[in-house]
Design a protein around this ligand. Structure first.
Ligand code: 13P
Length: 250
C-alpha cells in the first residue's frame, strides 16, 4: 500500500522566527502520524527549518531550484546548494512558477533530472486551467504535462518522484475539485505512468492532490483510492490547521 505524503507549501510567506516557532509546535502535534510530513519553505527559512526539524518526523523541502550546479545565474539557487545544507525535497514546476516565471515543460524536465542527480526528491506539479477544464481538455493537459516532465527518467526515478495534481482554478480560490474528480484525474496520471513505465511503477508512485485543501475536506480527499495525500498552500500557514490536515484520520 502506498504511504500518504502531506506537504505544506508556504510559498512566499513566513520569516525565520516564525519558522522556528511553527516547527517546534508542529513537531509536537504530528509526532504520532503515520503519514510523511514535509514543509517546503522559502530559501531564507531553509536553514532554520532544517535545524528546528532535526530529530523530528518533519522533512524539509525547497520550492524551486535551477537545474545547473553553479554559474552566472544571478538570483538562482542550485541543487548542489540545497543538498549541501541537507534539504531533502524540492517542488518543481508549480503552476505559479509556470504562470509568473515562464517555466516551461522543458525546464521542468531538466530540473527533475538535476534534482535526482544531486540526491534531492522532486515534488512535481501538474494541473489544468479553468479554460482547459471547461473545454474538456483536463486529461489531455495533465497527462501530457506528466509525460513531458518525466521524459528520459528511469523507471526507478519515476517511482521516486512525487507528483502533485493541482488544478490551477482550485489554488487559493477556496474551490476544491470534488474528491471524485480529483481521484479520476489522478487515475488518469497513474494510467499514463503505467503505459510508459509499467504497472508496478504506477502502483507505487505517490500522487498528491493540491488546491484549497483544508482540515475540513482532507479526510474525504485523502480517503480516495488514488489520492496519496496533499500539497497544501494557504492552510499550511496555520500550524493547528496543518496539523489537523496531517492528522486527518484521527
Ligand atoms: P492552496 O492550498 O492555497 O489552494 O494552494 C495550493 C498550492 O498551490 C500548493 O502548492
Amino acid at each position: 500500500m502506498r504511504r500518504k505524503v502531506i506537504a505544506g507549501n508556504w510559498k512566499m510567506n513566513m520569516l525565520p522566527d516564525e519558522t522556528i516557532t511553527y516547527i517546534d509546535k508542529l513537531a509536537e502535534l504530528v509526532k504520532d502520524t503515520e503519514s510523511e510530513v514535509i514543509l517546503c519553505v522559502p530559501y531564507t527559512d531553509l536553514f532554520y527549518a532544517l535545524l528546528t526539524a532535526q530529530n523530528t518526523n518533519i522533512k524539509i523541502g525547497a520550492q524551486n531550484m535551477h537545474f545547473e550546479e553553479k554559474g552566472a545565474y544571478t538570483g538562482e539557487v542550485s541543487p548542489k546548494m540545497l543538498k549541501s545544507i541537507n534539504v531533502e525535497y524540492v517542488i518543481i514546476g508549480h503552476s505559479e512558477r509556470r504562470q509568473y516565471f515562464n517555466e516551461t515543460d522543458e525546464a521542468v524536465n531538466k530540473k527533475i533530472k538535476s534534482a535526482f542527480e544531486y540526491g534531492l526528491k522532486p515534488i512535481v506539479c501538474v494541473g489544468e486551467t479553468l479554460e482547459q477544464r471547461e473545454s474538456g481538455k483536463t486529461t489531455e493537459v495533465i497527462t501530457k504535462q506528466t509525460e513531458l516532465a518525466l521524459q528520459g527518467l528511469t523507471a526507478e526515478q519515476v517511482e521516486n518522484t512525487i507528483i502533485a495534481y493541482e488544478p490551477i482554478w482550485a489554488i487559493g480560490t477556496g474551490k476544491t475539485a470534488t474528491s471524485e474528480d480529483a481521484n479520476n484525474s489522478i487515475k488518469d496520471i497513474r494510467n499514463k505512468i503505467a503505459q510508459n513505465y509499467g504497472q508496478n511503477v504506477a502502483d507505487r508512485v505517490i500522487i498528491q492532490y493540491g488546491g484549497s485543501v483544508k482540515a475540513k475536506n482532507a479526510k474525504e480527499l485523502f480517503s480516495m483510492s488514488d489520492i496519496d495525500g496533499g500539497l497544501v498552500g494557504g492552510a499550511s500557514l496555520d500550524v493547528q490547521e496543518f496539523s489537523n490536515i496531517v492528522n486527518y484520520n484521527k
